[in-house]
Every structure is written in C-alpha cells, then in structure tokens.
Write a protein that binds this ligand. Sequence first.
Ligand code: MG
Length: 269
Amino acid sequence: MRIARFTTGEDPLYGVITGELDEFGQPDPDSIVVALAGDPLYVGVKLLDQEHRLEDVRLLAPVLPRSKVVGIGRNYAAHAAEMGNDVPTEPLMFLKPNTSVIGPGDPIFYPPQTQNLHYEGELAVVIGRICRDVPAEQATDVIHGYTIGNDVTARDLQRSDVQFTRAKGFDSFCPLGPWIETDLDPHDFAEGRQVQTHLNGDLVQDGSTKDLIFDIPTLIAYVSSVMTLLPGDVILTGTPEGVGPMNVGDEVEVSIAGLGTLTNPVKAR
Ligand code: MG
C-alpha cells in the first residue's frame, strides 16, 4: 500500500494511492488517491468516501516526524571512500531536526552560509510505533514503511564544524516522499533496490541497498538502544557514492526501485 499526504487546497489529508508504478518509478497517470480519516500511523487505515485523481492533488511530505530524523553516515563503503573516510565499525548516527523536512516539489533553499551544497539520495525508514531496545530480529514489527529521502548537506560546514548539526539541519534539508510504501520489508532491500539520483536529468548516483554496510534491522536495533523511537520518526540509511554539489536553479531527483521518485528544485534562500 502506498500512503501519501496531500492537499487539494484545503487542509492536508492522508490517502492511499491506487495503480502501479512504471519502470521509471512514475505512477500510472490514472492513479487515484482515496482519502483517509486521520493519520494512519495513529488510527490505522480508514478509507473515506472521497477520491481524487493523483494529478489533481499536491503531494506533501508523507510523514511529519514528531521528534526526529536520525541520519546514518558512511553506510556505503564506496561513499565512505569517496569522502576519504574509513568504513565505520558501528553505525555513525546523527540527527536532523524535524523542521528540516519538506515534501515532494518543495524547494531546497540554498543558505548563504555555504558554498558547497550537496545532495545525498537515501532510503528512508518510517517508524510505526513507540519502541526502545528493539532486537534486530523484531525490527520489522516497528516499521511503518519506506520512503525516499535526500540528506541535503552543506559539505563545507560539515567539514569546518566537525559535528553535523548545522551542515545537515537547515530548513528544507530533508526532502521526504513522494509517499510511504508499506508492503516492502528489510529483505527486499537486502536483496538490492536501486538508488539513483539525477541532477538536471544527469545520473549522478547509482547505488543499491544491497551494499548497505549496516542493514535496516541492525540500524533499528542500534538507534533504539540509544533513544526511544516514536511513530513517524525517520531513519535515513545513508547515501551511496556520487555525492556532489547542487546550485540554485537545479532540479534534483532521487529514485528508489519500487518507491518512486522524489523531485525538488533548488532555490535561493
Ligand atoms: Mg547522508
């Protein structure tokens, strides 16, 4: 099931999207959004007698993290290498504030404090229930679904600050979407799902989730051994190699096989 958050100009609603994705991750043009009563994270999936054509609605960030977006750094060996880093011996964890989250089509704002703004296309895991100390074998039980994230990073500030809060925490630095897919599980990603980023139509990242150093259950066990996870919290699982700069006027698209495509323009702040 694909769950989106959308608006038709009125208050935002959640909805279930019908139809299949084509080989490029684009939805069937005849796809319908069936509106839901409330947030399915809290009240389950309750269909309303209200349908819209997908092309007639504006999709919003499919989840509003109540507390946090947890980032994982250097979780693909080739990306760690391109940054001149060793592969970590345990997951490298950081936080992005929930105020950094934006939705599909929303602008990534280029802050004046940086001269080197990077895209990082990533698989995002959405947590479905409050949990702590989750054993890896039970990680699937706490997952609501999967979406696409762009861990936007001011690379110069990441280097100069050493810690990541400013470099990864600006407003608009966490595009999420276009929807949450609830029917996949960690095995699907361990077997390999292609993660691609296009900048202005050029392929710049082309990785596979099979190359995650720490897999999804391991990440959930690790993160939840440190901090309680709440429904709607998001874990960004790391970016494959090929990170690079974006400029004002660019358009960045992150695609993951089976999850669709997340597209955002870059604008001056
Ligand atoms: Mg990242």
